[in-house]
Design a binder for this molecule. Structure first.
Ligand SMILES: Nc1ncnc2c1ncn2[C@@H]1O[C@H](COP(=O)(O)OP(=O)(O)O)[C@@H](O)[C@H]1O
Ligand SMILES: [Mg+2]
Length: 393
C-alpha cells in the first residue's frame, strides 16, 4: 500500500506506525526546512497554496492508494477538502481529510457561529457587523469590552479588544465586515476529538488559562491537561466537543475551543485539524492521534478500543530565545514530550511535558525553565490549578 501524506509537521509521530504496517509513504514538505523528510520513503517540497489540482495530479501520478492530510493552516485544510472531493468522487481514492462542507464552516467564524446556533450549541454571543453604525449598535447590545475579530483569521491574528467607543472606532477602522463579540470572562478549555466513520473519540480537556484584556492568545500561555476539573465537568466538556465535531463531521481530527462563562460552557470556535493542543491531548490521554489516523485508513478505527493511559501534561511557552543547543538538552530531559520552535509575538516556542504525577510534572517544568532561562513559565504552571479552584469556588 502506498500513501501520500500532505503536511510534514507531526509526521515523525506517524511514520514508525506506517512503517510497522509495511505502508510506503510519500510526504509533501510544506515548511521551509525539510522537517521530517527523513522518515518518508520519498519526500517532495510543495508550496502551500489554495489550488487542489497540483496535489490531485501528484497523487494520481504517484499512483497512491490513499491520502492523509495533516495540514496546518485553514487555507490548506480548505484545499484538502477539495482534494478529498475530487479524489474520492472522481477517482475512488480515499482521502483522510475534512469533508468540504465541514471545513468551509469551521474555517469561517461567522459560519461557525451560525452552525452552532442552528444546532443549539452554546456559543459566545456575537454577530457580524458591516458598518460603524452597526458596530455601535452591537456595543449597546453587549456593552464594553467588546472583542473584534476578522472572520477568516486564526491564531489570534486580527483580534482586538475595545474597552470603549474610541477603541471601537479605531479597532473597526475602515473594515467592511467584522465579527463583534461580547467579552466572555472565564477559564478556557480545548477538547480534541478524533472522528471517522461515525465513530467519535473526545480526548481529555486541556486547560488554557483565562480570557484576558491583553489578548494574550492561548498559544502563548501555559496549558495543563487533563484540565484540573471534577470528573463531571470533564465529562460535560468532552460530550459537548464530541457532539459538535460529530454533528459538523470534522474529520479526522479537530478541537473545540470553549470558555466556561458564568452561565456555563460557551464555544469560541472549531479548529478542523491538528493544532495548538494536539501534543498536550496526546500526552495526557496516552493516545497518539497520528496513529489513530492510520487505524482509520486501515479500517480498524473503533473508538471504544482506545484506552486512556492518563498522565499529567503541560505545555510551556518559552519567553526567551531557545538556543539550538538547548533543544538537544531539552529532548534529553526526563518528561519532555515535544519541543516546538515557533516564533510568535512574545514567545519563541513551546515545550510539551508528560509525567505520571503532578509532582514529577512540576519537577520537569522546573528543569525546562532552567534550561530555557524562563522562570515565568514554571511559576505560571505551578499556580494554574489553584487559579481554577478560586474561580470554581
Ligand atoms: N468573546 C470573547 N471573550 C473573551 N475572550 C475572547 C473572546 N473571543 C476570543 N477571545 C480570546 O481570543 C482567543 C482567540 O479567539 P478564537 O476565537 O479562539 O480565535 P483564534 O484562536 O482562531 O485566533 C481566545 O482563545 C480567547 O482568549
Ligand atoms: Mg482559538
Amino acid at each position: 500500500m502506498k500513501v501520500l501524506v500532505i503536511g510534514n509537521i507531526g509526521f515523525d509521530l506517524m511514520a514508525p506506525y506506517l512503517q510497522k504496517e509495511g505502508i510506503e509513504t510519500i510526504l509533501t514538505i510544506t515548511t521551509r526546512e525539510p522537517l521530517n523528510a527523513q522518515y518518508a520513503d520519498k519526500a517532495y517540497f510543495f508550496t502551500s497554496d489554495t489550488n487542489p489540482w497540483p496535489l490531485v495530479e501528484f497523487a494520481l501520478d504517484k499512483k497512491v492508494d490513499a491520502v492523509i492530510s495533516i495540514s496546518g493552516p485553514d487555507v490548506a485544510n480548505l484545499r484538502d477538502g477539495y482534494v478529498k472531493d475530487i479524489l474520492e468522487g472522481e477517482f475512488g481514492i480515499p482521502v483522510l481529510a475534512n469533508p468540504l462542507e465541514a471545513v468551509q464552516v469551521a474555517a469561517d467564524k461567522e459560519k461557525t457561529k451560525n452552525f452552532l446556533r442552528e444546532q443549539g450549541f452554546p456559543a459566545t454571543e456575537g454577530h457580524v457587523v458591516t458598518s460603524r453604525a452597526e458596530a455601535f449598535e452591537a456595543a449597546k447590545e453587549y456593552g464594553y469590552p467588546l472583542v473584534l475579530k476578522l472572520i477568516d483569521h486564526s491564531g489570534g491574528t486580527g483580534m482586538k479588544i475595545a474597552k470603549n467607543r474610541l477603541e471601537l472606532i479605531t479597532g473597526f477602522g475602515d473594515a467592511e465586515r467584522m465579527l463583534i463579540e461580547k467579552y466572555t470572562a472565564g477559564p478556557e478549555f480545548s477538547v480534541e476529538v478524533l472522528n471517522y466513520g461515525h465513530k467519535t473519540l473526545p480526548l481529555l480537556p486541556v486547560f488554557k488559562g483565562f480570557t484576558n484584556y491583553q489578548c494574550l492568545h492561548p498559544m502563548e500561555r501555559v496549558k495543563l491537561a487533563p484540565a484540573p476539573l471534577p470528573e463531571t465537568d470533564i465529562t460535560r466538556l468532552r460530550s459537548l466537543a464530541r457532539d459538535v465535531i460529530s454533528t459538523l463531521n470534522v474529520q479526522p481530527t479537530g478541537d473545540v475551543d470553549i470558555v466556561w462563562s458564568e452561565d456555563g460552557p460557551r464555544i469560541l470556535e472549531i479548529n478542523p485539524r491538528f493544532g495548538g493542543v494536539t501534543a498536550l491531548s496526546m500526552a495526557a490521554s496516552g493516545i497518539i492521534s497520528y496513529h489513530a489516523l492510520v487505524d482509520m485508513l486501515l479500517g480498524r478505527w473503533i473508538s471504544t478500543d482506545y484506552q486512556f493511559d492518563r498522565h499529567f501534561a503541560a505545555d510551556m511557552p518559552v519567553f526567551s530565545d531557545i538556543e539550538f543547543d538547548s533543544v538537544k538538552e531539552l529532548l534529553h530531559l526526563d518528561g519532555v514530550f515535544r519541543v516546538k520552535i515557533q516564533k510568535l509575538t512574545k514567545t519563541s516556542g513551546r515545550i510539551a511535558l508528560k509525567a505520571k504525577t503532578m509532582r514529577e510534572l512540576l519537577s520537569t517544568a522546573y528543569e525546562v525553565a532552567r534550561v530555557c532561562d524562563c522562570a515565568d513559565c514554571f511559576t505560571q504552571l505551578k499556580s494554574l490549578p489553584e487559579q481554577l479552584k478560586v474561580v470554581a469556588a
